[in-house]
Design a protein around this ligand. Structure first.
Ligand code: GDP
Ligand code: MG
Length: 242
């Protein structure tokens, strides 16, 4: 059986290779303070709770300055991204969100793959708190310390959650999530700052003008629930106040 593959992506020096070594229990990937020290794509195997997946460490065959250009990070990681059913995006919790991270997030979104954010260097409580900032990208965030091993087990549990859901999907079965969504219905909250178009989006989704839309900020006084059925599944849209 072919093992599922996860790719480790991120800007230089955030600890991708340290995480790779931690997950594979090897010293295959070179770790260093110099950005761009990973010479090549490196494959390893991760064993966790008697399950396995393959992992690819990326980043660094290009010269240092060019390693700082996100499109180059992606060019180099392209085949890893393509092969992977899951991407672990490693960021540095201590430095917070950098412009390079912003750009990488855009490119990651275009891949359409499932992304798990590993907010590395979170060994201090302060850094672990900072890690929450990365939730703004809309993906799951796990504060970890690749160097100390903190929370790496939690990250692995999430990896296997994603991979087993994918297996369900590939086998054409309803996922446990999909089943529960069809029986109890999915509740979807539309959230955002005033006047960005939340109510207009809800109207578009339900195809009628049931929610009051107004160019005056703050017209939606309370949350408005609207039920709709899509692909035989019940969805409750909750339009929240501005
Ligand atoms: P890569 O370029 O993303 O592969 O980063 P490396 O794995 O080579 O690590 C870059 C630097 O960050 C090295 O000096 C590591 O020792 C350090 N590092 C990696 N993980 C951690 C961590 O969890 N905490 C701290 N404080 N430093 C780390
Ligand atoms: Mg590296």
């Amino acid at each position: 059986m072919k093992l599922p593959i996860a790719a480790i992506i991120g800007r230089p020096n955030v600890g991708k290779s340290t995480l790779f070594n931690r997950l594979t229990g090897s010293r295959k990937a070179i770790v260093g303070d110099e950005p761009g020290i990973t010479r090549d794509r490196i494959f390893g195997e991760v064993n966790w709770k008697s399950r396995k997946f393959r992992i690819i460490d990326t980043g660094g065959i290009i010269p240092d300055e060019e390693a700082l250009i996100p499109s180059n990070i992606f060019k180099q990681a392209a085949s890893a991204i393509e092969e992977a059913s899951l991407i672990i995006w490693v960021v540095d919790a201590r430095s917070g969100i950098t412009p390079l991270d912003e750009e990488i997030s855009g490119l990651l979104r275009e891949t359409g793959k499932t992304i798990l954010i590993a907010a590395n260097k979170s060994e201090s409580v302060a850094a672990a708190n900072e890690a929450a900032e990365f939730y703004q990208f809309g993906w799951d965030v796990t504060p970890i310390s690749a160097e100390h091993g903190t929370n790496v087990g939690d990250l692995l549990d999430k990896v296997f959650d994603v991979l087993s859901l994918e297996n369900y999907a590939n086998a054409g079965f309803d996922t446990p999530e999909a089943e529960s969504a069809s029986s109890c219905g999915l509740k979807l909250a539309i959230v955002g700052r005033p006047n960005v178009g939340k109510s207009s989006l809800v109207n578009k989704l339900i195809g009628e003008e049931r929610v009051i839309v107004s160019p005056i900020a703050g017209t939606t006084r309370d949350s408005v629930d609207t039920e709709l059925v899509f692909n035989d599944k019940k969805i409750t849209l909750i339009d929240t106040a501005g």
